[in-house]
Design a protein around this ligand. Structure first.
Ligand SMILES: COC(=O)COc1cccc(COC(=O)c2cn[nH]c2)c1
Length: 246
């Protein structure tokens, strides 16, 4: 997968040289390219923003640099690019969404700042490529860089060969299958006793059936405590599938 990131703060993405993503880049699984939006400005001050039409606080990112940047970044590779725009007003980003994005050959991230990017940029790009406005949560960041790191990490770890033990990507919370859409319960490792706390004996029993039942029970307990609305969805899905069978 090729990932292009356009930002006024390329240094924000040094973390993508580390750890799993860094190794995936060295292995050629991931091709991450950083682009400074100011490379496509032509005035003395490398201006990327201006006051909003219609008034109001803050500044809006000018369309011209973005248009030229997106043209340049998508010109050199025939593989179809998908433009991702992290924004508080985007559609919620979920693990399901990450799975879909991990199937794409190319992703281009536009990191907005200030009050946002001139809306004509996304409209213009949509004439040539799929454009997705994504929200990673209901809060406002100073810019799209942190959200882009979240999406890139979530998507990249699903690519074959990125995680040493592909199994753990399958068993993740929100992974479909084994635990449906439940939250992951507690995990333990050696020592069996630590600061007067014992590891739950069932986990040392060797009884895999009992371990699976215990893990499912713990996942249900945690989901009921932290995300009760997920249980309502799960119950509705279960009822629907039972109704279909009847
Ligand atoms: C069309 O896209 C844009 O204009 C993007 O503009 C902005 C403006 C301010 C901040 C951000 C960064 O995204 C978030 O804050 C965000 C994403 N998820 N949850 C919070 C982006």
């Amino acid at each position: 997968m090729r990932i292009d990131i356009i930002t006024i703060f390329p240094d924000y993405f040094v973390p993508l040289e580390l750890s799993l993503i860094g190794k995936a880049r060295e292995a050629g699984i991931l091709d991450v390219r950083l682009h400074d939006l100011r490379s496509w400005t032509h005035d003395r001050h490398n201006t990327v923003d201006d006051t909003p039409y219609g008034g109001g606080p803050g500044m809006v990112m000018k369309p011209e640099p973005w248009g030229e940047a997106l043209d340049a970044v998508t010109a050199d590779d025939p593989a179809p690019a998908r433009l991702i725009l992290p924004t508080p007003s985007g559609t919620p980003f979920t693990q399901e969404h990450a799975k879909r994005l991990s199937q794409q050959p190319r992703l281009v991230f536009a990191c907005g700042r200030y009050e946002g990017i001139d809306a004509r940029v996304a409209a213009d790009a949509a004439e040539r490529m799929p454009v997705e406005e994504l929200s990673i949560g209901d809060y406002v960041l100073a810019g799209g860089e942190a959200a882009t790191l979240v999406v890139v990490e979530t998507v990249s770890r699903l690519l074959p060969g990125v995680l040493g033990n592909a199994e753990s990507a399958v068993q993740d919370s929100f992974a479909s299958g084994a635990m449906e859409n439940l939250l992951e319960g507690p995990v333990y490792t050696k020592p069996a006793r630590w600061r007067d706390q014992e590891v739950p004996p069932v986990l040392l029993s060797g009884d895999h059936g009992a371990v699976d039942r215990w893990r499912r029970h713990e996942a249900l307990r945690k989901t009921a405590r932290n995300r009760p609305e997920l249980l309502r969805e799960l119950a509705a899905q279960r009822l629907e599938s039972m109704d279909r069978r009847d």
